[in-house]
Every structure is written in structure tokens, then in C-alpha cells.
Ligand binder design. Structure first.
Ligand code: NI
Length: 136
């Protein structure tokens, strides 16, 4: 089993705001991230898949194909978008990195070729803050 990782990048706006709470409670919990008029991040998304090496290609899967899957099914939907307002798979959800990474996993796992499986996602919101998800 070999693990193969591709890095993709996107920019998106969001705010952390629970509509069931008062403005004061949102500001207390989320501080600047609750700013009504949004803020943005430059996100880095590391997608790691695993599989056996195909003896004919020497690949787990073609990296070009992996990049295309990530860009078509995830990046196109979130890049230069507002995560709270514009992104279909985030509707009605908290727009945190934790929620986003789980939704991205659900999308990507359906798109991989036979014999290739999701292993890990890492989503960097800033250079110093990131979330990881292993599908459990
Ligand atoms: Ni933020």
C-alpha cells in the first residue's frame, strides 16, 4: 500500500456564527471570526489517497487525475466563494474548517477510481492552524 498526496489551494470567505445564539454569545465564542461582514482565508488542502502500485504505470493513480477530481468536485465549488452563502454542500452547516473537511471527504471518496481509497485530508486555514480527517 502506497500513500499519494496532492496539494490544492483555494481562497474563500466565511464567518463563524450560530444563528440560534445571540450576537453577544457569538462574539464571545467566535470573537473576530463572527465578524458580520465576513473574513477570508487562503486554504491549503492536502488530499492523501492509498492503494497498490499498478505494475503497468508504477502509479497508485495518475496525479493529474487526482488533481482534476479535487479541482472539479471541490475547488471549483469553494474557490473565491463565500462558504456560508455560496457553497451547496455547506448550506445550513457551521462554516468551520472541521465541518468543511468532513464534507470534502464525503465528496472525494465517491470520485476515486477502483482500488484507490481516501487516507487523509489536511486543511490549512492559516500557516499555523489546520485540521486533519481520516474518515472516522
Ligand atoms: Ni476564519
Amino acid at each position: 500500500m502506497v500513500y499519494l498526496t496532492r496539494l490544492e489551494h483555494f481562497n474563500a470567505a466565511h464567518k463563524l456564527y450560530n444563528p440560534n445564539w445571540s450576537k453577544e454569545k457569538n462574539e464571545e465564542v467566535f470573537e473576530g471570526c463572527a465578524n458580520e461582514n465576513w473574513h477570508g482565508h487562503n486554504f491549503d488542502l492536502y488530499v492523501t489517497v492509498k492503494g497498490e502500485v499498478n505494475p503497468e504505470t508504477g502509479f497508485v493513480m495518475n496525479l493529474k487525475d487526482l488533481s482534476k477530481i479535487i479541482r472539479e468536485h471541490v475547488i471549483k465549488k469553494v474557490d473565491h466563494k463565500n462558504l456560508n452563502l455560496d457553497v451547496d454542500f455547506m448550506q445550513g452547516k457551521m462554516a468551520s474548517a472541521e465541518v468543511l473537511i468532513v464534507e470534502i471527504w464525503k465528496i472525494l471518496e465517491k470520485q476515486l477510481p477502483q482500488g484507490v481509497f481516501m487516507h487523509a485530508l489536511k486543511l490549512y486555514e492559516t500557516a499555523r492552524s489546520f485540521v486533519e480527517y481520516y474518515g472516522e
